[in-house]
Design a protein around this ligand. Structure first.
Ligand SMILES: C[S@@+](CC[C@H](N)C(=O)[O-])C[C@H]1O[C@@H](n2cnc3c(N)ncnc32)[C@H](O)[C@@H]1O
Length: 267
């Protein structure tokens, strides 16, 4: 199975919604501020948000001046929720899987995605499609679970080394260089994630015709750690990886590094 729709599972959906309602969640405190700091000026821009979930980011893009936002997600429930709580005349929500994204017949200034790429089995194919969907000089800005986190599955004993009081003292790493499927349980629901090393992610981007402008492994600031000490473990091992990359046109790239031929084979 290469397309997975776990967020339509009622138990996972309800628990995830509860998590997102909390104002102290890691997305709001750590991941989103880092992502937003990398966005170019959105005034008058068109944005595609992949795995948009409940649409919080889509709404934010409009608030920052985007003239049109398309949010796509594989989950019917997420799209329904987004249409309810983050509706706006400039936003369209569509139930589409990232794997089928080339069915969108238009180009965007910016493609964004928050914490969804690790659910995609074939990053290379996805990036080829995204390259096509971006306008010249457009940006791809995405976050995913950090490769030091995706490397785990539930067969591992524990992710953390702890002292005798139960405090985390270091993060364990295992099978980092073995890429591929990982099975984990979240709220008792089985989920498949795909682990790729940092090098693979970077090289896939470069080989597809993206120039990497920034890489961020965000950590909470002093103020957040004071208020929410549980996030100190981000200093032992980052939870998130964020990459900002710019589309380079195929005709401007050296023939050797291109996947243009791969792309042509898929159409
Ligand atoms: C962790 S949530 C993040 C939601 C949103 N980006 C945010 O940060 O608020 C991951 C989202 O990715 C969606 N997703 C997972 N796999 C997908 C796929 N193959 N195609 C499209 N969406 C997918 C899920 O349904 C879910 O809404």
């Amino acid at each position: 199975m290469s397309k997975q729709n776990v967020y339509d599972n009622q138990e996972l959906f309800d628990n995830y919604a509860r998590l997102r309602e909390k104002k102290e969640n890691a997305n709001l405190l750590i991941e989103m501020p880092a992502i937003l700091s990398l966005f170019p000026n959105l005034e008058g821009k068109t944005v595609l948000d992949l795995g948009c979930g409940q649409g919080d980011h889509c709404f934010q893009f409009v608030s920052l001046g985007a003239k049109k936002v398309v949010g796509i997600d594989i989950s019917e429930k997420m799209i329904k929720l987004a249409r309810t709580i983050n509706a706006h005349e400039k936003i369209t929500y569509q139930k589409i899987a990232m794997e089928d994204i080339k069915s969108l017949n238009e180009q965007f200034d910016i493609i964004a995605s928050s914490l969804a790429f690790h659910y995609v089995k074939d990053l290379s194919l996805l990036l080829i499609d995204l390259h096509q969907l971006l306008k010249e000089n457009g940006f791809l800005l995405f976050s995913q679970e950090h490769p030091l986190a995706t490397t785990f599955d539930d067969s591992h004993v524990t992710r953390w080394e702890k002292d005798n009081r139960g405090n985390k003292i270091s993060a364990r790493v295992r099978d980092y260089c073995r890429e591929g499927k990982r099975l984990t349980k979240w709220f008792d629901v089985e989920i498949i994630k795909y682990h790729r090393t940092f090098a693979t992610i970077v090289n896939e981007l470069v080989d597809t015709g993206f120039m990497i402008e920034r890489v961020v492994e965000p950590v909470p600031d002093e103020d957040i750690m004071e208020r929410y000490p549980e996030y100190r473990d981000n200093y032992l091992r980052p939870d998130f990886l964020i990459i900002k990359a710019k589309k380079i046109s195929w005709d401007k790239l050296s023939k050797s590094s291109l996947k243009e031929n791969d792309y042509k084979k898929t159409i």
